[in-house]
Ligand binder design. Sequence first.
Ligand SMILES: [Zn+2]
Length: 413
Amino acid sequence: MWQRRLLVWVLLGGLLLTGPGTAAAEAPGPRVHIVVAGDTLSALAQRYGVTVEAIAAANRLADPNRIVVGQRLLIPTGENPRTTSATATAITYVLQPGDTLPALARRWQVSPADILRANGVTRASALLTEPEIVIPLPTRSALPAPFVQVEATENIIQGQTGVVFVTLSRSEADLRGRFGDVPLVFARERRTPDGQRFWALLPTTAITRTGEYALTVWSGDGQVVRTVVVLPGAYETQHIVLPPGKGDLLAPDRTRPELERLLGIWGTVSPTPQWQGRFRFPIADGFRQTSPYGTKRSYNGGPVSSFHAGTDWGAPEGTPVWAPAHGTVVLAEMLDVRGGAVIIDHGLGVTSNFWHLSRIDVRPGDRVAPGDVIGLVGTTGLSTAAHLHWELRVGTLAVDPLQWTETHFPYLR
Ligand SMILES: [Zn+2]
């Protein structure tokens, strides 16, 4: 049993795009809390001495009343010295009935955190009882044309997905960007009073090197650089000793053709995001997560070379598997290593990947909506027991799916 499980991991683990290794040093700054059964945001807020609102805002939680076991939460600790939007001027605004912090932030194109900070309060409820408030306006002259505003997630926990918003003063979309060595894929969000607003996802994996990354965007002759910090995700490491000869299981002749094909699919970007709101779980409540996303693996004492690319739920064979969000089926067939496989393209390079299904109920080209049955749980391919493996990729990078069930990308609330 153990050996067969090992075999599965070696094979699947060896297929992953791993990127750079892990950094040894712990970065200072915000802490990471991994949600366990019984946790509530209010209890966490009390424990860490911060507000519920601060935790919800730091993690862009769509619903602060709902957190899930295994989820990684950023715990903000005091003042963050790094702010992406420098404030030079401010205006006074008389609050109107119906004003909300997100709406004010969108209207003035500043971050909710900057508004709270400028008014010396930590929660929206305190802000909205004031007769008038201060709106800090970003320094726009500091950016080269055609950039009006560039705002990005400042801290990303390993495995999580950040976002960059870019406003250009003109509508020509020659916008390009890079996050570390990951090319950005921009979606057009909407028109603004002074131009056009775009956004792109900033994916990391469980083994993306921690520390500072340059986020660079270009348009016309203009270039803007921001710094994004990738924080340690506190993923467990499993040290696996391969018996002599088992190294052959990584033999590429079996695994490589399948991976090459998947790389082609993951690397094909359909430009329009199809999902709306946060993703739902692909399986009914009540099934236990048997293997979390992100567990790191080192073989024969070597460096960490791979990680578990998805979230596993243990469930009986035949349990329905649901589409977690709107999308188009781009693969639905039996694969050699991964067994019964369905890949849903959600647009903008985001795919849901389901492996080991016993039955497949969709075909390539099918449009699916959240809750549509796409197949049944199984143990096909290299799998030892019936379980569902859900792998969420942004481009070729496997990100933490749980974050997508809690956050509405790109942070529209
Ligand atoms: Zn898995």
